[in-house]
Design a protein. Structure first.
Lengths: 574, 156, 639
């Protein structure tokens, strides 16, 4: 720290090359931002972070202005506060006046700024832009009328995902965020990951909300409502209900789901174990028989759609396994239906996911048989929270309950699916056993743990060296595929998660989480893994029973029919 | 049409993003406008997502996504032209041709575009038809000009 | 390739004293052939120069005469285009204005017969060696030219812009050769700094300082960029320079590139200037042919490639960072500064962006010295400035005046005063980023500081003169409308703020939807907002476009507040321009009931039977004035 700058009359240390905003944040001086995103080059679009700089006639944006020795700034002078308030008012003058009816009511950054800057009059009137909503996608709804053009969604889609299905269209006050040729989101290259929703400050982007639909189902006496929930769900609800971020409330979740009206409550983590059985067998099969390598995981539907659009030449490399959600769904409507003496068509199978792409996945043609869907409806964590609140459930005052059999027991290997690297670790544990006949002495494979976007490891199994890679954030997947296209051939198995950090940071999760929260969730999952004794999928007694009584062997005919799927090249506007 | 686009694209092998605008300009010069096919092919050639290409094309006034008329009339909207009555000229033109700025007549003969400034301010109001300039245009002169083009059409 | 030109350039490069005329490579060496020059810039063509040229060709064919027809650029006297000059062997070049195709025969007959005529004559180009015309003034003494100091426009309208020889014969590329052969980059930058040259694009930033910053920044690649986007509506200085004297720009650009250390230069030119683009392409090719551009120029080891990039129609791309993004192939949306282009610009490399006119000044500064340049102009604003005069003046066109000339001199002496002898009201300087100068400030000396002090700005040089029939609120609305269309939309204050300001201006220049109080209250609130919004937009916008967008409004509010008040409180437009607010009234005594007006009315607002006095219904009237124009009995008055 070799520079000194003066902020609001006090001196602070700074380093050459830093922006004013970095110094402000480090010292707890809060300045509002709308377009700023950590680790992205500042765009200087919203002008909310302006500060007064001595010697400058104009106000300067602190997010982009570099520090210099001896500079004097004022962050909250009347001139600055007035400017910021006017900017908020200008946004409001072109924004729908319907907060109470908006999906982001009480959780909207514009609303918050309006409150902070004490906007209590409609001083600036304007003719508001009329834009049509885009309801075409199964996962994401776009409402450009509420868009404040901060550009975060565009940058995430371009820089983090490498998909770039949305961009600024037109110019000036006619600008809007749109797709190629202005068509619906469903015909674009959008992979449905929902990360755009996670960074959107207003209600311009949201998930396809199906809470009204599920209410109808739950009241329908003719249907048996069955629910499964992803491994990360139980550690992703805590902070919404005033508990410590990352706290695992699995038992409470089970009880709440029953209170909401679901007859049977299953755990997708069971399905994760099932996926490991099939996928590990598939990996070994490919290695031993010299089939197409490397193999990519296929449990992330946004990644699958990405591969179908951007890397159709690698579809043979994608594991043919369905995702845990879909496998669980398939088993519910066959194995479970038989056991419970229910007609598959009378079961309404719902899943709770931290993901918006799962809504798309459930509707894929290949996910079902004879007109019966594996999964009928997918609800995001956000929709679950709505249901919990709607039913007046006090999460602090209910007795935890157990999941139902025969899809209720799970290993901790399945649980860590929620974090990036978890699928890899779980698969390696089972593959090791299947190849060597022995269990790993140390189940923790640290090389694949952590929140970095690209991790690699080399695992010795017998006299083979297996090269594995774990990527999260599709841009990292894209880069790795390029390397492989250019000849890289030292990898056998690659885990791809679309959302940076894995499903715990999925596009269907609670909006407004920080890096610390994601870390807490990740740590919670690995703590469960530490504490529990059932650490491997192949020892899950319900899994063993399922194969013994129903499926036979992994990759055999029944497994193949129920638990495996196909992919095809997608013609979309890339 | 596709063949023509392919031919233009041949000259842009291994080109970077900075070739995008010149390439789109070349395609539009040949085809008269940017079609979806053109944008998709450009995206594949330069390895740029089509949403970005569409975003660039819609930003600039020059690019259009629909064909123009046989006689494309550009009316200048600059300061000098405004002070000397270009708004009336535009109004009159729209009423004669029965189309608004940005549209093409149904017979495909005429289209109107309002441009920022042609740079011939000394001779305002100015209009440009297929590259031919007409200066100090009054509503009377305008009628004559349009009629002369219609007459030219009829002799073909 | 012309070998004597090649030889001359080689001599210059080797430092051998060479006499320009000795080379005798100007067209018509010894002047043994007739030349007929025709002003064929965009404005000349607009005035009918093509037809004039055809008539000249006809004349020559008919009279089996041999003569060179030379198309020259714009001399700046647009009001009298088409301009035709004739140079007979041994005689001064004589210039004629308003030479439409029907006048060609008579003029050429008279001139070739050796006689002079007073009609259409503008003047003659004086020369010591040639025989003058009797009774014809020196063209430089013409009221339009006498107060001008033509340095940048020296060759425009005089030389053939596609003739490399003619540029050379007037000292072309001597500056560049001096720079690369005898001066170090540091010497060049010092000269420019000493000269006091300031950016002519509008910013007025000291050019030498900009160059030095880029010079100091270490990098493996640097870029020199010429901003020829000229987006200001009402500005056509750059177009004239490029169409009329393209090498001047290239030479200045090349000298600058050498000084800064750039080996690639871009000329970003608006696509709406096809003729200028054509001329530039030819000029670049010529310069490359003669070894003045390309690899190892004149054996100095210095490389320079000049590329042309066409704009695609976005005024905001005249802003430095937006321009660079456009060259890079992106949407032309500005980026925050700092970092400045001289540190990190095009493709992330140090880049210098200057305007066409700035570059056009460079070669003479290097050739004649910084002191020569700074001897013209005022204390803080050195040199000359080219202005594009348009609007309600008699002589529209391009003028180049020494800094310090007063606005009054430009409008009333050079431009001949207000057209149709109407009354002067205001002159807009600086286009949509500028402000207006009124009667009280007409004697202000043109200088960067002076203009700022009265709420205007130099801008790129567009001067739009307005007479008493101009409504200043309408002008403010016009500029705000332009800004709104051209705003890139990235930052909130400009995108939303200028829209709100435009809506307010629209509401006070149009008919109220209803007469109730709520509407009126909203209107008054809106007007009070104007100044407040203007302040925030000026202070917080991301780029110069937004920061200067409110200027026309603020300037007109400052000097014409009473007009605004008339619009808001009395709902009347004093200048009679805002049609929505116009009211017409039929004088009963004068009306003959001929029904001509009611037939013309687009909204059927006029009622009355044949031979009986008619009546205009105020609520249906849109103020278009069609009835007023139609009535042959003066029975309709505007109130």
């Amino acid at each position: 720290m070799n520079l000194t700058i003066e902020i609001n009359g006090k001196k602070y240390q700074a380093e050459k090359g830093e922006t004013i905003l970095t110094v402000l944040n480090r010292n707890g001086i809060k300045v509002p931002t709308l377009c700023h995103m950590k680790n992205f080059i500042p765009s200087g679009a919203c002008r909310m972070c302006v500060v007064e700089l001595e010697g400058s006639a104009k106000l300067v944006s602190s997010c982009s202005f570099p520090v210099s020795d001896g500079m004097k700034i004022n962050t909250h002078s009347p001139r600055v506060l007035d400017a910021r308030k006017t900017i908020v008012e200008l946004l409001l003058s072109n924004h729908p006046d319907d907060c109470l009816y908006c999906v982001r009511n009480a959780n909207c950054e514009l609303q918050q700024l309006s409150k902070e800057y004490h906007v209590v009059d409609r001083r600036i009137h304007g003719i508001k832009n009329k834009h049509k909503m885009d309801h075409s996608s199964l996962s994401i709804i776009r409402d450009p009328a509420k868009c404040i053009l901060c550009g975060r969604c565009v940058r995430v889609c371009e820089e983090v995902m490498g998909v770039s299905c949305i961009e600024y269209i037109n110019r000036g006050s006619k600008t809007l965020i749109g797709t190629s040729m202005g068509k619906g989101l469903n015909t674009s290259s959008c992979v449905n990951c929902g990360q755009c929703i996670m960074v959107c400050p207003t209600g311009a982007l949201s998930e396809r909300n199906q809470t009204a639909e599920i209410q109808d189902v739950l009241h329908n006496k003719d249907k048996v409502a069955v629910v499964q929930y992803a491994p990360s769900i139980s550690v992703s609800l805590a902070e919404e209900f005033g508990m410590k971020p990352g706290q695992d409330i699995n038992g409470i979740l089970n009880a709440a789901l029953r209170k909401i009206g679901f007859t049977y409550v299953f755990d997708t983590t069971f399905g994760a174990d099932l996926t490991i059985m099939e996928e590990s067998a598939e990996l070994i099969d490919r290695i031993v028989k010299g089939k197409t390598m490397p193999m990519f995981t296929s449990c992330c539907p946004a990644w699958v759609k990405y591969a179908e659009e951007f890397a159709p030449d690698y579809l043979d490399n994608l594991s043919s396994c369905k995702s845990p959600q879909q496998m669980t769904g398939a088993i519910i409507k066959s194995y479970f239906a038989q056991q419970a003496k229910l007609e598959p068509k009378d079961i309404f199978s719902v899943s709770i996911m931290p993901c918006t792409a799962k809504k798309f996945e459930a509707q894929r043609d290949t996910m079902g048989r004879e007109g019966i869907n594996d999964v009928d409806m997918v609800l995001t964590t956000r929709e679950l929270i709505e249901l919990i609140k709607l039913h007046g459930i006090d999460m602090h005052n209910i007795e935890p309950e157990l999941t139902d059999s025969p899809l209720g027991v799970r290993s901790s290997a399945g649980k860590i699916f929620g974090a990036t690297g978890g699928v890899m670790e779980a698969a390696l544990r089972t593959a090791y056993k299947q190849l060597t006949g022995n269990e790993l002495t140390n189940f923790k494979i640290n090389a694949v743990r952590g929140l970095e976007g690209h991790k690699e490891a080399r695992i010795k199994i017998n006299d083979m060296e297996i090269g594995v890679a774990v990527v999260s954030g599709l841009a990292n997947a894209g880069k790795l595929i390029e390397e492989i296209r250019n000849g890289r051939n030292d990898l056998h198995f690659i885990e791809v998660m679309t959302c940076p950090g894995g499903c715990i940071a999925g596009g269907g999760q609670r909006i407004g989480i920080t890096e610390k929260v994601i870390e807490a969730r990740m740590n919670a999952l690995y703590e469960i893994d530490d504490k529990e004794t059932l650490k491997v999928s192949h020892k899950n007694p319900e899994i063993v029973e399922l194969y013994a009584n129903f499926l036979g062997e992994p990759l055999q005919h029944k497994s193949h029919t129920l638990l495996h799927t196909k992919y095809f090249k997608r013609e979309v506007l890339l | 049409m596709e063949k023509a686009i392919d031919k233009i694209l041949e000259n842009y092998e291994n080109c970077g993003r900075d070739s995008l605008i010149p390439l789109l300009q070349e395609i539009q010069e040949h085809e008269g406008y940017l079609s979806e096919v053109a944008i998709v092919k450009t995206g594949l050639k330069l390895k740029i997502p089509t949403s970005k290409i569409y975003g660039v094309a819609t930003f600039y006034n020059q690019f259009r996504f629909e064909p123009i008329g046989k006689y494309h009339i550009m009316v200048c909207r600059g300061t000098a032209c405004h002070v000397l009555g270009s708004a009336t000229v535009l109004q009159e033109l729209e009423s004669i041709l029965k189309i608004k700025a940005g549209q093409t007549s149904r017979d495909g003969l005429f289209s109107i575009e309002v441009v920022a400034c042609i740079g011939a301010c000394g001779l305002a109001p100015v209009i440009n038809i297929n590259g031919e300039f007409f200066a100090k245009v009054t509503t009377e002169k305008l009628k004559e000009i349009v009629e002369s083009f219609i007459a030219k059409e009829q002799t073909i | 390739m012309n070998n004597s030109v090649k030889h001359y350039l080689e001599n210059l490069a080797a430092g051998i004293e060479t006499d320009l005329n000795n080379g005798a490579f100007e067209r018509n060496a010894g002047h043994d052939k007739t030349s007929i020059f025709i002003g064929a810039g965009t404005c000349g063509l607009g005035a009918g120069a093509a037809k004039t040229k055809a008539a000249i060709e006809e004349y020559l064919k008919f009279n089996t005469m041999e003569a060179d027809i030379v198309e020259v650029g714009c001399i700046g006297f647009c009001a009298v285009e088409p301009i035709m000059d004739v140079r007979l062997p041994g005689r001064n070049r004589i210039s004629f204005g308003k030479v439409t195709f029907d006048k060609v025969n008579d003029i050429l007959n008279t001139v070739i017969a050796g006689k002079t005529m007073t009609e259409n004559v503008l003047g003659q180009f004086m020369s010591d060696e040639l025989k003058p015309w009797q009774g014809v003034n020196d063209i430089n003494q013409h009221p339009f030219f006498v107060k001008q100091k033509r340095l940048v426009l020296k060759n425009c309208g005089v030389i053939n812009p596609v003739s490399f020889e003619e540029y050379i014969s007037r000292g072309g590329y001597a500056g560049f050769i001096k720079a690369v052969k005898t001066l170090s980059p540091e010497d060049v930058i010092s000269a420019i700094e000493k000269s006091g040259l300031r950016g002519r694009g509008g910013g007025g930033f000291p050019t030498g300082t900009k160059w030095r910053l880029a010079f100091k920044t270490q990098a493996d690649q640097k870029y020199m960029i010429c901003n020829a986007d000229e987006g200001d509506p009402g500005a056509f200085m750059d177009r004239a320079v490029i169409e009329g004297d393209p090498h001047r720009l290239l030479e200045g650009l090349a000298i600058g590139s050498y000084a800064v250390g750039a080996t690639v230069a871009y000329i970003y030119i608006r696509a709406e200037y096809p003729l200028a683009i054509q001329r530039l392409k030819i000029a670049i090719k010529q310069a490359e042919e003669y070894g003045l551009l390309g690899h190892n120029i004149l054996n100095t080891g210095y490389d320079l490639k000049i590329k042309i990039k066409m704009g695609a129609g976005a005024f905001v791309c005249g802003e430095e960072t937006a321009l660079m993004h456009s060259i890079e192939g992106f949407r032309g949306m500005p980026s925050p500064r700092p970092p400045f282009p001289a540190e990190s610009g095009l493709f992330g490399k140090p880049s210098v962006i200057n305007n066409v006119e700035t570059y056009a000044n460079i070669s003479e500064i290097i050739l004649r010295g910084a002191d020569w340049f700074s001897s013209t102009g005022t204390d803080k604003s050195k040199g000359t400035k080219v202005f594009a005069l348009s609007g309600n003046v008699k002589n529209t066109g391009l003028v180049e005046i020494p800094m310090g000339t007063t606005v009054r001199q430009i409008i009333f002496d050079i431009a001949g005063g207000i057209a149709f002898d109407k009354k002067f009201k205001a002159v807009q300087i600086g286009g949509p980023s500028g402000g207006c100068i009124t009667e009280e400030n007409l004697d202000i000396e043109i200088d960067y500081q002076n203009l700022l002090s009265v709420g205007a700005m130099m801008g790129s040089g567009g001067l739009v003169v307005m007479d008493e029939e101009t409504c200043m609120v309408d002008i403010a609305k016009f500029f705000m409308d332009f800004i709104q269309r051209e705003s890139c939309g990235k930052c909130i204050p400009c995108r939303e703020g200028t829209k709100r300001m435009l809506e307010i201006l629209q509401s006070i220049t149009s008919k109220p939807k209803s007469n109730d109080d709520k509407d009126a209250l909203e209107r008054f609130q809106g007007v009070m907002q104007l100044e407040k919004l203007a302040k925030v937009i000026k202070e917080t916008s991301l780029c110069g476009l937004g920061q200067s967008a409110p200027n026309p409004v603020l300037s007109t509010l400052r000097y014409f507040r009473h007009e605004y008040e008339a619009h808001v409180f009395e709902r009347v437009c004093p200048a009679g321009k805002c049609t929505d607010l116009r009211k017409f009234h039929i004088i009963v005594d004068k009306c003959t009931g001929c029904t001509a007006c009611s037939k013309k009315c687009p909204t059927s607002a006029i009622i009355g039977s044949r031979k009986a006095p008619h009546f205009i219904q105020e609520d249906k009237c849109i103020g278009c004035g069609a009835c007023y124009e139609t009535c042959k009995f003066d029975a309709i008055e505007m109130i």
